[in-house]
Design a protein around this ligand. Structure first.
Ligand code: ADP
Ligand code: MG
Length: 325
């Protein structure tokens, strides 16, 4: 069935349930007209997902739609921002209705849940690529940043690490899946839960915050570089899921823990706090697991200490698109 570009937009993208009163003009004109609330600053982030690079070619379209917005929500969480508006630039090989229906479903599942309104975008033909830009608000001067860690701070992460990296490694045939738990790992890869309420809860508590998209070692590396500090991580404290734990023997101790520290796509938050703020932290993050995994110091670089006292040099310091060029 052929469809015009305009019909396609109307059918699949002008269908969100969210109607915000700070959207003066949404989808349909040459540009959106938006009102930033008084006393707020605008936080903007953008991420592109390219088939074969950011997700395997065979990923189901609903998960692609979900993840395209999830990775941007994760950036909003790391800034302590309340998400508000999205724009979507979509390049498609063809107008496949089943694909578009599922993609749109995954996208709006999450957008609606976080009160995000899709206010515009662009649609064209070419190799599959999805770009989402998100806009959110913080109180003036209160954005959470990565350049504000201080020596003596404790380092924390939310949730558990390594599940998504393990799912990808299994998909790529590097390890065989164990009988139990593979579905859980895939869920963690395809459907990361953005830590928006946790990001909002960290205002006035956290010194520095980043989201873990490229792997803990790499992203904590960004905090210490931007903040001009060093850090020590304790491998034995890294929180992992029971399913991830069950792969310990199969993968081999050092590679296994390195996977939790180095692999990407976790979309958890890594943050630092003054040790005296621990009580306040407990009140601010009541509904989620969070773990102290190390501390910020005045050395340079990142040290990762194993339980036997030896140091682990992470095999990879995160995914870098231009490495080796
Ligand atoms: P123009 O030719 O003026 O750039 P387009 O034909 O590209 O406009 O888009 C028409 C309207 O539909 C615009 O408001 C645009 O923001 C919106 N739009 C286009 N593609 C998408 C999309 N994938 N998701 C949401 N809105 C879209
Ligand atoms: Mg256009």
């Amino acid at each position: 069935m052929s469809i015009t570009e305009f019909d396609l937009i109307k059918r699949y993208f002008a269908v969100g349930k969210v109607s915000r009163n700070d959207v003066i003009l949404g989808i349909g004109d040459d540009g959106a007209v938006l009102q930033v609330p008084h006393g707020k600053e605008l936080v903007v982030s953008i991420d592109t997902l390219v088939a074969g690079i950011h997700f395997p070619e065979d990923t189901d379209p609903e998960s692609i739609g979900y993840k395209a917005i999830a990775v941007n929500l994760s950036d909003m969480a790391a800034m302590g921002a309340e998400p508000a508006w999205a724009t979507l630039s979509l390049t498609l090989p063809e107008a496949d209705h089943n694909w578009l229906r599922a993609f749109s479903q995954g996208f709006f599942d999450l957008a609606d849940q976080f009160n995000v309104q899709l206010v515009g975008g662009d649609t064209c033909r070419g190799p599959l690529s999805v770009t989402v830009q998100l806009h959110g608000f913080v109180n003036t001067g209160e954005a959470l940043r990565r350049d504000t860690a201080r020596p003596g701070d404790l380092i924390y992460v939310t949730g558990t690490l390594g599940d998504a990296g393990l799912a990808l490694a299994i998909k790529q045939g590097k390890f065989a899946a164990l009988q139990k738990g593979y579905e859980y790992l895939l869920q963690r890869l395809d459907r990361p839960v953005p830590r928006i309420s946790e990001g909002l809860g960290l205002h006035g508590v956290a010194h520095a915050v980043i989201d873990i998209s490229d792997g803990l070692a790499s992203d904590l590396g960004h905090i210490i570089e931007a903040s001009h500090v060093g850090a020590t991580l304790y491998a034995g404290k890294i929180p992992v899921s029971p399913v991830f734990e069950s792969y310990r023997k199969v993968i081999g101790e050092n590679t296994w823990i390195d996977m939790a520290i180095s692999s990407g796509d976790d979309y958890e938050l890594c943050f630092t706090i003054n040790p005296e703020s621990q009580d306040m932290l407990h009140k601010r993050l009541p509904n989620i697991r969070y773990t102290n995994i190390g501390e910020i110091n005045t050395s340079s670089g990142l040290r990762c200490v194993l339980e036997n006292g030896y140091e682990l040099v992470p095999a990879s310091s995160g995914y870098d698109h231009f490495r080796g060029q």
